[in-house]
Structures are given as C-alpha cells and as structure tokens.
Design a protein around this ligand. Structure first.
Ligand code: SAM
Length: 220
C-alpha cells in the first residue's frame, strides 16, 4: 500500500465523519490567494481532532504557537465556549493579517487574539497566572524544546500540550538527516525522556502530505 492509497482511504473515511465548511475552505483559499504556504496547514481531519480534544477537556483558554493563515486556529476556536479565548502566535505580520481576516469571516474574531512576533519573545513575556487548558505547538521545529518548556509553564495541571510533526516523514529516525527541524524534534524527544512534569505519547499520523506524528502530552 502506498501513501496515495492511504490518503484515498483516509479521505473516504473522513467524508462520512467531518465537514470542511465554507469558513474553513475560504481560509485556505484566501491564504493561497495571498501567497501563504497554505499547504503546511494541518489537514482537516487533524484540525477536527484538535477541536475534539480541546472540547473533551472543556478548554476555555487555548494557546497556539504557529498561526499561518488561521486554519487550525478556526478549528480550535470552535471548541471554545462563549467566554473562551484562543491566543495564537505568529512571526510573520502578513500571515497574521490574513489569519485575522479568516478568523473574522469564521465569526470568531471576539475569541481569538493573534500576537505577532518571534514566539520565543512573546512566550517569555507571558505569565502563568491565567493558565491555558490546551496548547498546540506548530511553528519552527528547531525551537520545539523552548516552546515546550514555555508550554509546561503556561498550561494548567491536567492540561494538554500537542506538538505537530514529530516524525517528519520518517526523517527523525534517519540519522543521516541533521537539518534544524529534524534536530529540533530530536532535541525535544531527549528532553522528554524521563521528564517528570508530563505524561506523553507520540502517535503516527498520515495524510496526503506523508507520514508524520502528533505528540500528546498531559501536564502532571
Ligand atoms: N498551525 C497552522 C495551521 O495548521 O493552520 C500552521 C502553522 S505553519 C506549519 C508554521 C507557522 O509558524 C508559520 O506561519 C510560520 O511563519 C510560523 N513561525 C515560524 N517561526 C516562528 C517563530 N519564531 N515565532 C512564531 N511563529 C513562527
């Protein structure tokens, strides 16, 4: 079976289970029209998984690191109650502007705050007084360890931290690859080994883009 067979099968299965509605499709189209690398957004089934995971713990405060055009932000913000908040961090001002447009079209502007700047700088200024219930890390993989340390500091006990792209189409397990992204994932894995603060697993994911994985961590 090839990845294409798998992708077909996943598409068929999910055609029964979830719907990428107008606002989500419009978000991708707007991102494409404005020249954003829209193909690096999560696929719909992963967006829906994030939404369901956040819903299942009744998340009221969500943090996302890596906004792009706001596609995953829309899925996540839909998990929030009326008085909930999603804070999403993005380096690129132009991407953030597109994300704000998309989030407004989805009717979620009142719940979502897009913060522009290097996430490391923004995170360093954030205080744990109002902890998050759910944190999704999906930015530059080279900084994963830093982001994860901040996430542990900013999430409530029992809260969830998800990190995308933990397997990078198998490159993480292939020692001949040593680029910054791959090394960033390896560094996080070394950090997590025997980390007493979190309970973790990494599950393989696959989509039309290839094989990858989500880290699922619960703050003890
Ligand atoms: N989560 C988005 C989605 O699924 O719709 C996709 C995010 S994309 C994979 C990664 C994003 O992280 C890009 O928009 C990129 O500009 C942003 N990024 C890269 N380095 C960053 C940094 N140092 N601080 C904040 N954002 C950064």
């Amino acid at each position: 079976t090839t990845i294409e067979d798998w992708a077909c099968s996943a598409e068929l299965t999910n055609s029964f289970l979830l719907d990428e509605d107008h606002a989500l499709r419009a978000a991708l189209k707007n991102a494409e029209d404005k020249g954003l690398p829209h193909e690096i957004a999560v696929p719909a089934e992963h967006g829906k998984l994030l939404q369901l995971l956040a819903t299942s713990i009744r998340a009221k405060r969500i943090l996302e690191i890596g906004t792009l055009g706001g596609y995953s932000a829309i899925w996540l913000a839909r998990a929030l109650p009326e008085d909930g908040e999603l804070v999403t961090l993005e380096l690129n001002e132009r991407y953030a502007q597109v994300a704000r447009e998309n989030i407004a079209i989805a009717g979620l502007a009142s719940k979502v705050k897009v913060v522009v700047g290097p996430a490391r700088t923004t995170l360093a200024k954030m205080k744990p007084e109002h902890p998050f219930d759910f944190i999704f890390i999906d930015a530059d993989k080279a900084s994963n360890t830093d982001y994860f340390k901040h996430a542990k500091r900013l999430v409530r006990r029992g809260g969830t931290i998800i990190v995308d792209n933990m397997m990078l189409v198998g490159l993480v397990a292939n020692p001949t690859y040593t680029d910054d992204n791959v090394e960033g994932v390896r560094a996080l894995l070394k950090e997590l080994k025997n980390d007493p603060d979190v309970d973790c697993t990494a599950v393989g994911t696959a989509c039309y883009k290839g094989f990858d994985g989500f880290l699922y961590a619960v703050r003890k």
